[in-house]
Design a protein around this ligand. Structure first.
Ligand SMILES: [Fe+2]
Ligand SMILES: [Fe+2]
Length: 150
């Protein structure tokens, strides 16, 4: 299992996990007591492993950055206020806007973020292998976190 993580993963993730803007996601709960930061890290790791195991040849930078920022919406969605609309439908757009503002992500990474809730929002379709993979890894990670609570 350890061999699955190449230098590209270690170097890229080290930089992302140290970034103060990304660490801000530690302040927000996502599923149960799991922070958005920990959830995103799990999605990034899972996406990377699936990419290796299935030989999908995804671009690791796009994959890992997209996975780490896919839920970069930066608010507590458990609060009662409706300022953010229906979270499940609106948060990919908020995360994408924040990612663009804070990190200047390109169009491909933007699509990874915006389409990760497909097919809940069938109008936001994943348009790359990276986007499909993050969409799948997010569902697997969310299922695990919801069922196991960790
Ligand atoms: Fe999400
Ligand atoms: Fe997610």
């Amino acid at each position: 299992m350890k061999d699955l993580y190449g230098n590209e993963y270690i170097d890229t993730m080290r930089a992302l996990l140290r970034d103060e803007r990304i660490r801000k996601m530690k302040d927000f709960r996502h599923h149960g007591n799991i922070s958005t930061f920990d959830h995103s890290r799990r999605v990034a790791r899972l996406s990377y492993i699936l990419n290796k195991c299935l030989s999908l040849k995804c671009d690791p930078d796009t994959l890992l950055l997209g996975a780490m920022l896919h839920d970069y919406y930066l608010y507590d969605w458990h609060s009662d206020d409706w300022e953010h609309g229906l979270h499940g439908f609106t948060h990919p757009e908020t995360a994408s806007k924040n990612a663009k503002e804070h990190f200047g992500v390109n169009g491909k990474t933007e699509n990874v973020i915006r389409s990760h809730m497909w097919p809940l929002d069938p109008t936001k379709i994943p348009r790359s292998r990276e986007a499909w993979l993050v969409c799948l890894a997010d569902k697997l990670a969310s299922l695990r976190e919801t069922v196991l609570g960790k």
